[in-house]
Design a protein around this ligand. Structure first.
Ligand SMILES: N[C@@H](CCC(=O)N[C@@H](CS)C(=O)NCC(=O)O)C(=O)O
Length: 216
């Protein structure tokens, strides 16, 4: 039974899933969703994901959405014993903490700051920018003396966070001024399996979309 992934190449949460699949050497059956034409709002799609988001994974008929739930599921199911999502409770708790920091703080604050400018024609809000900078400072602190965001090994937390932080490249946020973040970014780029194919390609599509909108 194939594992289907409903996705959009430019989407950061979709890129996190593609990176995880590559790290697990797992082939996904990719199904492009045309958000622009509202394919995600059609009854067939709402049946598998009422939240109408990408990514959505369908494994043997079982749908899972929310990228961080998908990537941890993939390691649980297809990467038994993998360091990508360690089983030891404390090590796992640290990975989970980073994933929740990502969804609730880091990527959330970036979305609050940047997407109204891109998709809502809103002016840049300096208070929102200060919150993003505060989150980047926290990430920098987490990375002090650590190779990866949850310790010495690459984990799904790195894959989720790099998919989001790489999207910052489309904005005016200079995340490379945080020395630990800059070093970590280069490390993950060069050590995450299939990084170029799984993240960089979609990131280029995202940047092109942002540029085309902001130039109008
Ligand atoms: N927290 C979700 C966010 C997913 C999300 O918002 N995806 C966007 C594309 S990047 C989407 O599907 N937007 C369409 C919609 O919400 O209707 C995840 O990580 O999967």
């Amino acid at each position: 039974m194939p594992v289907d992934l409903y996705y959009v190449p430019g989407s950061a949460p979709c890129r996190a899933v593609l990176l995880t699949a590559r790290a697990l050497n797992l082939n996904l059956n990719l199904k492009l969703v045309d958000l622009h034409h509202g394919e995600h709002l059609k009854p067939e799609y709402l049946k598998i994901n009422p939240q109408h988001t990408v990514p959505t994974l369908v494994d043997d008929g079982y749908p899972i959405y929310e990228s961080r739930a998908i990537i941890t599921y993939l390691v649980n199911k297809y990467g038994k014993g993998s360091a990508l999502y360690p089983e030891e409770p404390k090590a796992r708790a640290l990975v989970d903490q980073r994933l929740y920091f990502d969804i609730g703080t880091l990527y959330q604050r970036f979305s609050d700051y940047f997407y109204p400018q891109v998709f809502g024609n809103a002016p840049a809000d300096k208070d929102k920018l200060a919150k993003v900078e505060d989150a980047l400072q926290l990430l920098d602190t987490f990375l002090e003396g650590q190779k990866y965001v949850a310790g010495p090994n690459l984990t799904v937390a790195d894959l989720s966070i790099i998919a989001g932080v790489s999207s910052f490249e489309a904005s005016d946020i200079d995340f490379k001024k945080y020395a630990n973040v800059k070093r970590w970014y280069e490390t993950v780029k060069s050590t995450a399996p299939g990084y170029q194919e799984a993240n960089e390609k979609g990131l280029d599509a995202f940047k092109a979309l942002v540029n085309s909108i902001l130039k109008k």
